[in-house]
Design a protein around this ligand. Structure first.
Ligand SMILES: [Zn+2]
Length: 392
Protein backbone atom coordinates (compact mmCIF):
# COMPACT_ATOMS: atom_id res chain seq x y z
CA UNK A 1 0.00 0.00 0.00
CA UNK A 2 1.50 3.34 -0.98
CA UNK A 3 0.18 6.50 0.60
CA UNK A 4 -0.11 10.03 -0.76
CA UNK A 5 2.66 12.44 0.38
CA UNK A 6 1.83 14.12 3.68
CA UNK A 7 3.19 17.49 2.62
CA UNK A 8 3.07 19.80 -0.35
CA UNK A 9 6.50 20.91 -1.60
CA UNK A 10 7.84 24.21 -0.24
CA UNK A 11 8.18 27.01 -2.81
CA UNK A 12 11.95 26.79 -3.11
CA UNK A 13 15.26 25.78 -1.60
CA UNK A 14 18.00 28.38 -1.10
CA UNK A 15 21.44 27.93 -2.67
CA UNK A 16 22.78 26.88 0.76
CA UNK A 17 19.98 24.37 1.19
CA UNK A 18 20.66 22.86 -2.24
CA UNK A 19 24.31 22.39 -1.24
CA UNK A 20 23.38 20.94 2.12
CA UNK A 21 20.86 18.43 0.79
CA UNK A 22 22.66 17.51 -2.46
CA UNK A 23 23.01 13.84 -1.49
CA UNK A 24 19.22 13.69 -1.13
CA UNK A 25 18.56 15.70 -4.27
CA UNK A 26 20.41 13.25 -6.50
CA UNK A 27 18.32 10.28 -5.28
CA UNK A 28 15.61 10.03 -7.93
CA UNK A 29 12.86 9.06 -5.45
CA UNK A 30 13.58 12.06 -3.22
CA UNK A 31 14.81 14.73 -5.63
CA UNK A 32 13.89 18.39 -5.45
CA UNK A 33 10.19 17.68 -4.88
CA UNK A 34 10.85 15.32 -1.97
CA UNK A 35 13.33 17.69 -0.31
CA UNK A 36 10.85 20.56 -0.63
CA UNK A 37 8.19 18.37 1.00
CA UNK A 38 10.60 17.72 3.89
CA UNK A 39 11.17 21.47 4.21
CA UNK A 40 7.42 22.02 4.49
CA UNK A 41 6.91 19.18 6.98
CA UNK A 42 6.00 19.72 10.62
CA UNK A 43 6.99 16.73 12.72
CA UNK A 44 6.45 16.38 16.46
CA UNK A 45 8.72 14.05 18.41
CA UNK A 46 7.29 12.93 21.75
CA UNK A 47 10.21 12.36 24.12
CA UNK A 48 13.79 13.53 23.65
CA UNK A 49 15.12 10.33 25.22
CA UNK A 50 16.41 7.03 23.86
CA UNK A 51 14.38 6.95 20.65
CA UNK A 52 13.82 10.69 20.40
CA UNK A 53 17.56 11.45 20.40
CA UNK A 54 18.50 9.70 17.13
CA UNK A 55 15.09 10.51 15.65
CA UNK A 56 15.50 14.25 16.23
CA UNK A 57 19.10 14.30 15.02
CA UNK A 58 18.28 12.54 11.73
CA UNK A 59 15.02 14.38 11.12
CA UNK A 60 16.94 17.65 11.56
CA UNK A 61 19.80 16.56 9.34
CA UNK A 62 17.31 15.38 6.70
CA UNK A 63 15.87 18.88 6.48
CA UNK A 64 12.46 18.56 8.12
CA UNK A 65 11.49 22.24 8.29
CA UNK A 66 9.69 22.30 11.63
CA UNK A 67 10.44 19.99 14.54
CA UNK A 68 8.42 20.00 17.75
CA UNK A 69 9.83 18.39 20.88
CA UNK A 70 7.68 17.23 23.80
CA UNK A 71 9.68 16.60 26.97
CA UNK A 72 9.31 17.87 30.53
CA UNK A 73 12.30 16.01 31.93
CA UNK A 74 15.88 17.08 32.60
CA UNK A 75 19.08 15.40 31.45
CA UNK A 76 20.54 12.93 33.95
CA UNK A 77 23.98 11.33 33.82
CA UNK A 78 22.37 7.90 33.35
CA UNK A 79 20.74 9.14 30.11
CA UNK A 80 24.04 9.63 28.29
CA UNK A 81 24.53 5.89 27.65
CA UNK A 82 21.87 6.10 24.91
CA UNK A 83 20.36 9.59 24.61
CA UNK A 84 23.01 10.85 22.23
CA UNK A 85 21.42 14.23 21.53
CA UNK A 86 22.55 15.28 25.05
CA UNK A 87 26.08 15.71 26.34
CA UNK A 88 27.97 16.05 29.61
CA UNK A 89 27.48 19.81 29.75
CA UNK A 90 23.68 19.29 29.43
CA UNK A 91 23.28 17.31 32.68
CA UNK A 92 20.64 19.06 34.79
CA UNK A 93 19.35 21.04 31.81
CA UNK A 94 15.89 20.61 30.21
CA UNK A 95 16.00 17.78 27.66
CA UNK A 96 13.93 19.80 25.21
CA UNK A 97 16.31 22.77 25.50
CA UNK A 98 19.38 20.56 25.19
CA UNK A 99 17.94 18.84 22.09
CA UNK A 100 17.19 22.21 20.53
CA UNK A 101 20.81 23.28 20.92
CA UNK A 102 22.11 20.07 19.32
CA UNK A 103 19.70 20.50 16.41
CA UNK A 104 20.83 24.09 15.83
CA UNK A 105 24.38 22.82 15.57
CA UNK A 106 23.42 20.21 12.96
CA UNK A 107 20.97 22.21 10.88
CA UNK A 108 20.21 25.88 11.56
CA UNK A 109 17.45 25.81 8.91
CA UNK A 110 15.20 23.76 11.18
CA UNK A 111 12.60 25.65 13.20
CA UNK A 112 12.36 24.02 16.64
CA UNK A 113 9.31 24.36 18.88
CA UNK A 114 9.52 23.20 22.50
CA UNK A 115 6.65 21.75 24.54
CA UNK A 116 7.91 21.31 28.09
CA UNK A 117 4.65 20.44 29.85
CA UNK A 118 3.90 16.83 30.72
CA UNK A 119 1.64 15.45 27.99
CA UNK A 120 -1.86 14.63 29.25
CA UNK A 121 -5.43 14.48 28.07
CA UNK A 122 -5.91 18.21 28.62
CA UNK A 123 -3.11 19.42 26.34
CA UNK A 124 -2.36 16.64 23.85
CA UNK A 125 -4.90 17.72 21.21
CA UNK A 126 -3.69 21.32 21.17
CA UNK A 127 -0.04 20.27 21.05
CA UNK A 128 -0.53 17.72 18.25
CA UNK A 129 -2.92 19.75 16.09
CA UNK A 130 -0.39 21.92 14.17
CA UNK A 131 1.81 18.95 13.16
CA UNK A 132 1.54 16.66 10.10
CA UNK A 133 3.16 13.66 11.72
CA UNK A 134 3.97 12.45 15.22
CA UNK A 135 7.00 10.34 16.11
CA UNK A 136 6.40 8.49 19.37
CA UNK A 137 9.56 7.96 21.37
CA UNK A 138 7.90 7.49 24.76
CA UNK A 139 8.83 4.72 27.15
CA UNK A 140 5.60 4.31 29.12
CA UNK A 141 2.18 2.88 28.43
CA UNK A 142 0.22 5.85 29.70
CA UNK A 143 1.71 8.22 27.12
CA UNK A 144 1.71 5.58 24.39
CA UNK A 145 -2.07 5.13 24.59
CA UNK A 146 -2.56 8.88 24.84
CA UNK A 147 -0.49 9.44 21.67
CA UNK A 148 -2.40 6.73 19.81
CA UNK A 149 -5.83 7.93 20.83
CA UNK A 150 -5.07 11.58 20.08
CA UNK A 151 -3.68 10.66 16.65
CA UNK A 152 -6.79 8.60 15.83
CA UNK A 153 -9.10 11.43 16.92
CA UNK A 154 -7.05 13.98 14.92
CA UNK A 155 -6.74 11.65 11.86
CA UNK A 156 -2.96 11.96 12.02
CA UNK A 157 -0.36 9.30 11.25
CA UNK A 158 2.32 8.43 13.75
CA UNK A 159 5.46 6.38 13.81
CA UNK A 160 5.76 4.21 16.89
CA UNK A 161 8.83 2.52 18.31
CA UNK A 162 9.57 0.52 21.43
CA UNK A 163 12.75 -0.88 22.93
CA UNK A 164 13.52 -3.37 25.70
CA UNK A 165 16.96 -4.85 26.42
CA UNK A 166 17.93 -6.28 22.98
CA UNK A 167 14.46 -6.22 21.41
CA UNK A 168 12.89 -3.48 19.36
CA UNK A 169 9.61 -2.95 17.55
CA UNK A 170 8.38 -0.28 15.19
CA UNK A 171 5.30 0.45 13.12
CA UNK A 172 3.31 3.20 11.45
CA UNK A 173 -0.20 3.71 12.79
CA UNK A 174 -2.69 5.72 10.77
CA UNK A 175 -6.25 4.74 11.51
CA UNK A 176 -7.56 6.43 8.33
CA UNK A 177 -5.58 3.93 6.24
CA UNK A 178 -4.92 0.95 8.51
CA UNK A 179 -4.67 -0.29 12.09
CA UNK A 180 -3.91 1.78 15.18
CA UNK A 181 -1.90 0.79 18.25
CA UNK A 182 -5.06 -0.42 20.03
CA UNK A 183 -5.83 -2.76 17.11
CA UNK A 184 -2.53 -4.44 18.04
CA UNK A 185 -2.58 -3.98 21.83
CA UNK A 186 -6.20 -3.21 22.85
CA UNK A 187 -5.63 -2.30 26.51
CA UNK A 188 -2.65 -1.30 28.62
CA UNK A 189 -1.46 -4.00 31.03
CA UNK A 190 -2.65 -3.55 34.63
CA UNK A 191 -0.34 -1.64 37.00
CA UNK A 192 2.08 -3.97 38.75
CA UNK A 193 2.32 -6.26 35.69
CA UNK A 194 4.70 -3.96 33.84
CA UNK A 195 8.38 -4.33 34.63
CA UNK A 196 9.47 -1.17 36.39
CA UNK A 197 12.04 1.01 34.65
CA UNK A 198 14.76 -0.52 36.80
CA UNK A 199 13.92 -4.08 35.83
CA UNK A 200 14.04 -3.27 32.13
CA UNK A 201 17.25 -1.85 30.85
CA UNK A 202 18.09 -1.19 27.23
CA UNK A 203 21.14 -1.66 25.05
CA UNK A 204 22.06 1.91 24.11
CA UNK A 205 22.62 1.29 20.42
CA UNK A 206 19.19 -0.35 20.12
CA UNK A 207 17.78 3.18 20.34
CA UNK A 208 19.61 4.07 17.14
CA UNK A 209 18.41 0.91 15.37
CA UNK A 210 14.75 1.59 16.14
CA UNK A 211 14.96 5.42 16.08
CA UNK A 212 16.44 5.31 12.59
CA UNK A 213 13.62 3.03 11.39
CA UNK A 214 11.20 5.63 12.73
CA UNK A 215 12.93 8.45 10.83
CA UNK A 216 13.07 6.31 7.70
CA UNK A 217 9.29 5.84 7.89
CA UNK A 218 8.70 9.51 8.67
CA UNK A 219 10.63 10.57 5.55
CA UNK A 220 8.72 8.08 3.39
CA UNK A 221 5.37 9.34 4.70
CA UNK A 222 6.29 12.99 4.18
CA UNK A 223 7.58 12.42 0.64
CA UNK A 224 5.00 9.76 -0.25
CA UNK A 225 7.59 7.21 -1.34
CA UNK A 226 8.07 3.47 -0.81
CA UNK A 227 6.01 1.04 1.20
CA UNK A 228 5.17 2.53 4.59
CA UNK A 229 5.24 0.29 7.66
CA UNK A 230 1.48 0.84 8.10
CA UNK A 231 -0.30 -2.47 8.70
CA UNK A 232 3.00 -4.16 9.50
CA UNK A 233 4.97 -4.56 12.71
CA UNK A 234 8.76 -4.61 12.47
CA UNK A 235 10.40 -6.82 15.08
CA UNK A 236 14.13 -6.53 15.61
CA UNK A 237 16.28 -8.89 17.68
CA UNK A 238 19.72 -7.40 18.20
CA UNK A 239 21.22 -10.59 19.68
CA UNK A 240 20.10 -12.80 16.81
CA UNK A 241 20.49 -9.88 14.38
CA UNK A 242 17.15 -10.55 12.72
CA UNK A 243 14.51 -8.20 11.39
CA UNK A 244 11.12 -9.60 10.61
CA UNK A 245 7.77 -8.02 9.87
CA UNK A 246 4.36 -9.37 10.75
CA UNK A 247 1.05 -8.18 9.38
CA UNK A 248 -1.20 -6.16 11.65
CA UNK A 249 -4.82 -5.95 10.61
CA UNK A 250 -7.27 -3.24 11.44
CA UNK A 251 -9.61 -4.56 14.12
CA UNK A 252 -13.21 -3.70 13.24
CA UNK A 253 -14.00 -3.97 16.97
CA UNK A 254 -11.10 -1.68 17.99
CA UNK A 255 -12.10 0.45 20.99
CA UNK A 256 -11.08 3.69 19.27
CA UNK A 257 -10.78 3.19 15.50
CA UNK A 258 -13.37 0.43 15.07
CA UNK A 259 -16.89 0.81 13.71
CA UNK A 260 -18.47 1.30 17.15
CA UNK A 261 -15.76 2.93 19.25
CA UNK A 262 -16.10 2.76 23.04
CA UNK A 263 -13.17 5.10 23.69
CA UNK A 264 -14.52 8.44 22.58
CA UNK A 265 -12.42 10.69 24.75
CA UNK A 266 -8.84 10.72 25.95
CA UNK A 267 -7.84 8.69 29.01
CA UNK A 268 -5.11 9.53 31.50
CA UNK A 269 -3.82 6.14 32.54
CA UNK A 270 -1.63 5.94 35.64
CA UNK A 271 2.03 6.43 34.98
CA UNK A 272 2.90 2.77 34.70
CA UNK A 273 6.55 2.86 35.46
CA UNK A 274 6.57 2.33 39.21
CA UNK A 275 2.77 2.14 39.52
CA UNK A 276 1.64 -0.72 41.73
CA UNK A 277 -1.38 -3.03 41.84
CA UNK A 278 -4.32 -2.47 44.18
CA UNK A 279 -3.19 -5.34 46.44
CA UNK A 280 0.26 -3.77 46.77
CA UNK A 281 -1.17 -0.32 47.45
CA UNK A 282 -3.24 -1.85 50.26
CA UNK A 283 -0.37 -3.92 51.65
CA UNK A 284 1.96 -0.96 52.18
CA UNK A 285 -0.48 1.03 54.33
CA UNK A 286 0.97 1.05 57.86
CA UNK A 287 3.74 -1.34 56.72
CA UNK A 288 6.20 1.06 55.17
CA UNK A 289 9.38 2.15 56.92
CA UNK A 290 11.90 4.78 55.83
CA UNK A 291 15.51 4.13 54.92
CA UNK A 292 16.47 5.92 58.16
CA UNK A 293 14.18 3.59 60.15
CA UNK A 294 15.98 0.64 58.56
CA UNK A 295 19.38 2.11 59.42
CA UNK A 296 18.26 2.47 63.05
CA UNK A 297 16.97 -1.14 63.12
CA UNK A 298 20.29 -2.40 61.78
CA UNK A 299 22.26 -0.26 64.25
CA UNK A 300 20.23 -1.61 67.19
CA UNK A 301 20.69 -5.17 65.95
CA UNK A 302 16.91 -5.74 65.72
CA UNK A 303 15.80 -9.27 64.90
CA UNK A 304 15.05 -8.65 61.21
CA UNK A 305 15.57 -10.47 57.92
CA UNK A 306 16.41 -7.92 55.23
CA UNK A 307 15.49 -9.06 51.71
CA UNK A 308 16.46 -7.29 48.49
CA UNK A 309 13.91 -8.27 45.81
CA UNK A 310 15.77 -6.74 42.85
CA UNK A 311 17.70 -8.63 40.17
CA UNK A 312 21.30 -9.86 40.65
CA UNK A 313 22.83 -7.28 38.28
CA UNK A 314 21.14 -4.47 40.20
CA UNK A 315 22.45 -5.92 43.48
CA UNK A 316 25.92 -5.83 41.95
CA UNK A 317 25.65 -2.09 41.27
CA UNK A 318 24.64 -1.16 44.82
CA UNK A 319 23.23 -3.00 47.82
CA UNK A 320 22.34 -2.36 51.45
CA UNK A 321 24.82 -4.11 53.79
CA UNK A 322 23.32 -7.29 55.24
CA UNK A 323 20.56 -7.68 52.64
CA UNK A 324 19.83 -11.12 51.16
CA UNK A 325 19.06 -11.10 47.46
CA UNK A 326 15.85 -12.94 46.50
CA UNK A 327 14.39 -11.56 43.24
CA UNK A 328 10.70 -10.69 43.05
CA UNK A 329 9.98 -13.54 40.62
CA UNK A 330 10.76 -16.12 43.31
CA UNK A 331 8.05 -14.65 45.51
CA UNK A 332 5.54 -14.51 42.66
CA UNK A 333 6.09 -18.21 41.85
CA UNK A 334 6.03 -19.10 45.55
CA UNK A 335 9.50 -20.66 45.75
CA UNK A 336 10.90 -17.96 48.05
CA UNK A 337 8.26 -18.37 50.75
CA UNK A 338 9.84 -21.47 52.32
CA UNK A 339 13.11 -19.57 52.72
CA UNK A 340 11.44 -16.96 54.93
CA UNK A 341 12.28 -17.29 58.63
CA UNK A 342 9.28 -17.50 60.98
CA UNK A 343 11.11 -15.97 63.96
CA UNK A 344 12.28 -12.71 62.41
CA UNK A 345 10.54 -9.66 61.07
CA UNK A 346 10.92 -9.54 57.30
CA UNK A 347 12.01 -6.21 55.81
CA UNK A 348 11.81 -5.91 52.02
CA UNK A 349 13.40 -3.42 49.71
CA UNK A 350 13.93 -2.91 45.97
CA UNK A 351 15.17 0.06 43.93
CA UNK A 352 12.40 2.56 44.56
CA UNK A 353 9.65 0.73 46.45
CA UNK A 354 7.32 -0.56 43.72
CA UNK A 355 8.56 -4.14 43.45
CA UNK A 356 8.93 -4.53 47.23
CA UNK A 357 5.31 -3.37 47.58
CA UNK A 358 4.18 -6.18 45.25
CA UNK A 359 6.21 -8.73 47.24
CA UNK A 360 4.84 -7.36 50.51
CA UNK A 361 1.31 -8.13 49.28
CA UNK A 362 2.40 -11.73 48.54
CA UNK A 363 4.00 -12.11 52.00
CA UNK A 364 1.00 -10.71 53.84
CA UNK A 365 -1.24 -13.10 51.93
CA UNK A 366 1.02 -15.92 53.07
CA UNK A 367 0.58 -14.89 56.71
CA UNK A 368 3.68 -12.77 57.34
CA UNK A 369 1.58 -10.01 58.86
CA UNK A 370 4.43 -8.04 60.46
CA UNK A 371 6.49 -7.79 57.24
CA UNK A 372 7.33 -4.26 56.09
CA UNK A 373 9.00 -2.64 53.10
CA UNK A 374 11.36 0.29 52.75
CA UNK A 375 9.67 3.26 51.04
CA UNK A 376 11.88 4.61 48.28
CA UNK A 377 14.07 1.49 48.32
CA UNK A 378 17.80 1.55 47.81
CA UNK A 379 17.58 5.02 46.24
CA UNK A 380 16.27 6.37 49.54
CA UNK A 381 19.02 4.49 51.37
CA UNK A 382 21.70 6.20 49.26
CA UNK A 383 19.97 9.53 49.61
CA UNK A 384 19.30 9.45 53.36
CA UNK A 385 21.86 7.07 54.82
CA UNK A 386 24.94 6.63 52.64
CA UNK A 387 25.40 9.18 49.83
CA UNK A 388 28.82 7.69 49.02
CA UNK A 389 27.08 4.75 47.27
CA UNK A 390 26.32 4.82 43.52
CA UNK A 391 22.77 5.04 42.11
CA UNK A 392 21.40 3.87 38.79
ZN1 LIG B 1 -7.57 0.62 16.18
Amino acid sequence: MSLPPLDEPAADLSVDEVKRYSRHLIIPDVGMAGQKRLKNAKVLVVGAGGLGSPALLYLAAAGVGTLGIVDFDTVDESNLQRQIIHGVSDVGKSKAESAKESIAEINPYVKVILHTDRLDSSNVMDIFAPYDLIVDGTDNFATRYLVNDACVLLHKPYVWGSIYRFDGQASVFWADYGPCYRCLYPEPPPPGMVPSCAEGGVLGVLCASIGSIQVNEAIKLIAGIGEPLAGRLMIYDALEMTYRTVRVNKDPDCAICGTNPTVTELIDYDAFCGAVSEEAAEAVVGSTISAKDLAAMLDRGDNIYLVDVREPNEYEIVSIPGATLIPKGEFLNGSALEKMPQDKQIVLHCKSGARSAEVLAVLKNAGFSDAVHVGGGVLAWVNQVDPSLPTY
